[in-house]
Write a protein that binds this ligand. Sequence first.
Ligand code: HEM
Length: 207
Amino acid sequence: MNPYVSKSLWWVGAVSSVLIALVSYRYFIPSIPVPSNLAANLMAKPWLVVHAGLAATALITGPWQFIPRLRARWPRVHRVLGRVYVFSCLVGGAAGLLLASGTSAGPIARAGFGLLAIVWIGVNANAFRLALAGRYAEHRQWMIRSFALTFGAVLLRVYIPASQAMGIEFMTAYRAISWLAWVPNLLLAELYIRGLPRRRRPAVATS
Ligand code: HEM
């Protein structure tokens, strides 16, 4: 990918991730009311605060991990932020799975969010395992997949108002978005990974 395009994409991704994360921390302020469709989630107490807090932390810590110069100059910062990111995804994902089971939006949204939570947990566990094993090229690929999923939280918050502006009924849109917020991103991440130069991809074993 052209470096200007990838830098611009990174900036848009990083700024939108930080903004959405900061807004999501509002669930820690008791005087701000929870929207009615979320208050109706059977698992909202206490899992909404746990989930929103940790998932927002993943959004804030994730983007910096992709800056090569930061990784090279301050490897310790990369390792510490990486651990915070993975912890946030794993525990935030487990809370997301509980929330998915309690959603008031029905089985399609339950399956969409539920599968996202399971894939998010699996992808992050694998990315962390690869880092510990020193398999950094593969670790990088799995972290690209991971952040493509994490970024779904930003897209969900773009798609919902966009669908409302298009006049689509809220619940119909919400159910579709529980899938559309992450499946296309994961496919795009996969295409991007396949386009990476060979040196950044792990060697394929031949028999
Ligand atoms: C990637 C895996 C994720 C899963 C499986 C997931 C799952 C869920 C579920 C099931 C709900 C409740 C929806 C309902 O009751 O209808 C929810 C709400 C919420 N999630 Fe996530 N989520 C994920 C990522 C994130 C991320 C990265 C953030 C970071 C901001 C986030 C922040 C929130 C917030 C703030 C809410 C409350 C709803 C709102 O304010 O729009 N989630 N999530």
